[in-house]
Design a protein around this ligand. Structure first.
Ligand SMILES: [Zn+2]
Length: 288
């Protein structure tokens, strides 16, 4: 059931668990995530980066596919179709395409411009019944060619953005996109705590969920994180399973070349990853 992310995140914040955002790349990814959410009776957020949107022939194609799949698979759990790290123009494209949620990443603008653009998009998104995520303090690592430095957000700026009426707020707390380096300093719980105290009931978003140790994830949820983004981990799981299939020569046996067979181990690996994350985040059984 396609919905905005507002209610599911409000419930998550109140219930002290987090909803997973899993990024999609194609039909297989989308199907695997939707089926797992339904099986576990969990709310879910499908993340679409601008690069992935372009790859899938545009946001309209993505929205049409997700809507049709949600219907044909008989999905009853709440599903939000969310733009990940949207530009100003990208946000408008997704509003037009029928997404149910957007993220406006204005973190690379000066705070005044971030506020101005976020404020405008909050009004437009809410007018369409959509939820909106904003970002303060860039998230480190690389995503779609945008490289962030992994700074910690200023809690006072977080409050300024939260006061604009956004539904969820992404704030840098030392987290980064992609794989974490061996010398990573870990999450700054001091920063997270300070942000949570300033922003109150606002659901906070943890980007770069891949490879953060389980105890840090749990502590972050305790401190007010209600949405956790997972992208790289599903990619790595898919890659590893596909590699094993080919290396074992299974694509050469019988009809092992059939794409439905060739991609099946990767799909199963995505499902297992999504399940593991949903169990860790505490959102299993929270669909109602
Ligand atoms: Zn991110």
């Amino acid at each position: 059931m396609l919905v905005s992310a507002t209610e599911m995140l409000k419930k998550a914040k109140e219930g002290h668990y987090a909803v997973g955002q899993f990024n999609i790349n194609n039909l297989e990814w989308t199907k695997a995530i939707l089926q797992t959410a339904q099986e576990l009776n969990s709310p879910v957020i499908l993340g679409v980066s601008e690069g992935a949107g372009k790859y899938m022939c545009g946001f309209e194609t993505v929205a049409a596919m997700v809507k049709a799949m949600d219907k044909s698979l008989g999905i009853t759990v709440p599903v939000a179709l969310h733009l990940d790290h949207g530009t100003y123009d990208g946000c408008y494209k997704c509003i037009k395409a029928g997404f149910t949620s957007i993220m406006f990443d204005g973190s690379h603008y000066a705070i005044e411009e971030n506020i101005e653009k976020t404020k405008e998009l909050v009004a437009v998104a809410h007018g369409m019944g959509m939820s909106i995520e904003a970002e303060v303090g860039s998230i480190g690592g690389e995503e779609d060619g945008v490289v962030g430095m992994g700074e910690c957000a200023d809690p006072a700026e977080c409050k300024q953005i939260a006061d604009l009426g956004v539904d969820m707020l992404a704030a840098g707390i030392g987290n980064i996109h992609g794989k974490y380096p061996a010398n990573w300093a870990g999450l700054s719980f001091e920063t997270l705590d300070a942000i949570q105290q300033k922003t109150g009931v606002m659901p906070l978003v943890l980007h770069g969920g891949t490879g953060i140790p389980a105890d840090m994830i749990k502590k972050a949820i305790d401190l007010g994180v209600s949405k956790i983004n997972v992208n790289t981990e599903c990619q790595l799981a898919f890659q590893e399973a596909t590699r094993k299939y080919v290396e074992a020569g299974k694509d050469l046996e019988g009809k092992g070349f059939d794409p439905r067979k060739l991609l099946a181990p990767g799909v199963e690996a995505i499902k297992a990853t999504v399940k593991e994350k949903m169990e860790l985040f505490g959102c299993v059984g929270k669909a109602n």
